[in-house]
Write a protein that binds this ligand. Structure first.
Ligand SMILES: Cc1cc2nc3c(=O)[nH]c(=O)nc-3n(C[C@H](O)[C@H](O)[C@H](O)COP(=O)(O)O)c2cc1C
Length: 184
């Protein structure tokens, strides 16, 4: 194996390409984020990182809430559109024919057409360098029922994608193995 040294900003691990809703009512906006991750199980806490120059930054600062909407591989256009246009200039909901669905706890709307929605309340924020990192407690999660079987998520139905260094990558259906398989 011959290794080369890369710019430290490059990552090869898959990141979610998620579309986040922020704001409320007519002002609600959509932004695609790859800097999204889960960092605590109990309570369930996720992080997202947003650059202060984004329109969405001002909405999350004002309302302290957001929804993570996770798409399928058939919704790549929506993902890319929400990550290349600003809500300052376009209404992304209207342009993409996306429907605002009332969330159960937060005021930011969910994307009805996306199969996975996590309602989050900001509990902390840290200004890093280029990005401000928000810690959000997950207060409700909604899933298309097709992903759930016998009260567990069923990877055989997964039709998700990931973002790897500028590329949208389709994730395979089904699992390679189950957690703990090496103990058998
Ligand atoms: C796949 C993808 C991932 C992105 N990830 C982030 C991110 O993690 N943080 C961020 O601030 N901007 C990210 N962006 C850029 C914003 O989505 C983009 O600047 C967007 O147009 C901002 O919208 P707004 O001005 O309506 O808030 C990403 C864009 C794409 C296409």
């Amino acid at each position: 194996m011959k290794k080369v040294t890369l710019d430290s900003g490059i990552t090869v691990f898959p990141m979610p390409a998620a579309v986040i809703s922020v704001g409320k009512g007519d002002d609600a906006n959509l932004i695609t984020l790859a800097y999204v991750g889960k960092v605590c199980l109990e309570p369930p806490i996720v992080v997202i990182s947003i650059q202060p120059k984004r329109h969405s930054y001002h909405l999350i600062e004002k309302h302290g809430e957001f929804v993570i909407n996770y798409p399928t591989i058939d919704q790549l256009k929506e993902i890319d559109y929400c990550g290349t246009r600003s809500g300052r200039n376009v209404n992304k909901w209207k342009e993409l024919n996306l429907t605002k669905e009332h969330a159960s706890i937060v005021q930011a709307p969910m994307i009805k057409e996306f199969p996975w929605n996590m309602e989050c309340k900001v509990i902390n924020r840290i200004k890093l360098g280029s990005h401000v990192c928000y810690f959000g407690e997950v207060v409700a999660t909604h899933s298309d029922s097709k992903y759930v079987k016998d009260n567990e998520l069923n990877p055989d139905e997964f039709d998700f994608c990931a973002y790897v260094s500028g590329n949208y990558i389709g994730l395979m259906k089904g699992a390679l193995e189950k957690h703990g398989f090496s103990e058998d």
